[in-house]
Design a protein around this ligand. Structure first.
Ligand SMILES: Cc1cc2nc3c(=O)[nH]c(=O)nc-3n(C[C@H](O)[C@H](O)[C@H](O)COP(=O)(O)O)c2cc1C
Length: 194
């Protein structure tokens, strides 16, 4: 099952993946920064750090490279559903640097994605810490809250894509399970230079 990547930006690419034997396709992500105007501020924080968040930075687009907006993304889901028979899994990639107010954004778009016909939804949650007073446990708790909020709003299966950089990954995985995750998508630790 091909994971989120630019291969799914064109309907033809999705068809080719189906023809090549894919049993489902995860669409490239709708980036939360496309939904909000905070992206430049976040971009600043990301660029001013080192490569300490490789799981995000290796594919995080430059602001000028943002792909389709929310409306187009929903149309893309519908078009993909018409074009192929395999399940189409949409993906939201969103940070939570604005705290709890963000949960509303996740649930709103999750519902629209379900309405557009997606068979499932993958949440790629990330947090880029810029506040040194915030303990890691609280950040992990927000992951649970986002998942629970989305699960309460949609009927389609919801998977969570997690980076490998948690102090106790198995604990977080179990909590995601308990919070209602229908699947976990694990990312590899990339070798240096990847
Ligand atoms: C060019 C490129 C674009 C990607 N775009 C996304 C994306 O939009 N959303 C997402 O969640 N992951 C994205 N990813 C991450 C992949 O889905 C995958 O998790 C990552 O590449 C690790 O898997 P791999 O070792 O098989 O490459 C992207 C990766 C690459 C290389």
């Amino acid at each position: 099952m091909p994971s989120a990547s630019p291969l799914s930006e064109e309907i033809d690419g999705i068809k080719r993946m189906e023809d090549a034997g894919a049993s489902a396709v995860v669409l490239y992500s709708l980036f939360e920064e496309q939904l909000r105007q905070e992206r430049l501020e976040l971009h600043h924080h990301m660029e001013s750090g080192t490569f300490s968040f490789p799981e995000a930075l290796t594919y995080f687009p430059e602001p000028e490279e943002y792909r389709l907006g929310p409306e187009e993304y929903l149309k893309h889901i519908a078009a993909a559903k018409k074009a192929v028979r395999i399940p189409i899994i949409a993906s939201i990639n969103a940070g939570m640097n604005n705290g709890s107010s963000l949960v509303g954004g996740w649930t709103q778009y999750a519902k629209l994605i379900q309405q557009a016909g997606a068979d499932a939804l993958e949440l790629n949650i990330y947090y880029i810490p810029t506040n040194m007073t915030l303990p890691g446990g609280e950040i992990e708790h927000t992951y649970e809250n986002i998942l629970k909020a989305v699960k309460a709003e949609v009927k389609i299966p919801v998977a969570v894509k997690l980076s490998p950089f948690f102090t106790n990954f198995a604990n977080l995985a179990r909590r995601m399970n308990d919070a209602g995750a229908d699947g976990l998508v694990c990312q590899p630790v990339l070798p240096a230079g990847h």
